[in-house]
Write a new protein. Structure first.
Length: 151
């Protein structure tokens, strides 16, 4: 059996939304102390609290790049609150699964999304239920939802 499915390979070989939004409304960066992957997500938010654009820069493996690509695809067009509900498990489901040892890459994407929205909220004096208790500088448990997210 191949390590990665066709969806993961497509997002790795032809990633969507690569780059950085110059005048971003929010910017979130997160790295994993376990594997050294780094991920940055920038977002643009309109007056209706809808994410109209998202871009990423990722230093990491194919799973990290695919997770970033899928995550940005998922949040474009979502309300900020809905984007805050995007979990690493949902990213893995949309990718069609990741090897268990690579699920932490989806955790990076989830954290980077929340960090970008946190930055947006701070800059614009907004509060969101989905950010309650969130610390953008906290180290995540790189393996939460591991059993549920496996292919």
């Amino acid at each position: 059996m191949a390590l990665y499915n066709d969806t993961v390979m497509e997002h790795f070989m032809n990633p969507h939304n690569v780059g950085e939004i110059e005048d971003a409304d929010g910017k979130g960066t997160y790295g994993s102390p376990v594997c050294g992957d780094m991920m940055q997500i920038t977002i643009k938010v309109d007056e209706n609290d809808t994410i109209t654009d998202a871009k990423f820069k990722t230093f990491g493996c194919g799973s990290a790049i695919a997770s970033s690509s899928m995550a940005t695809d998922m949040i474009i067009g979502m309300s900020v609150e809905d984007a805050l509900a995007v979990s690493n498990k949902k990213i893995v489901e949309e990718l069609g699964g990741l090897p268990a040892v690579k699920v932490h890459c989806s955790v990076l994407a989830e954290h980077a999304i929340k960090s970008a929205i946190y930055d947006y909220a701070v800059k614009h004096g907004k509060t969101y239920q989905g950010l309650e208790g969130f610390d953008p500088d906290a180290e995540e448990d790189d393996h939460h939802d591991l059993e549920d997210a496996e292919e």
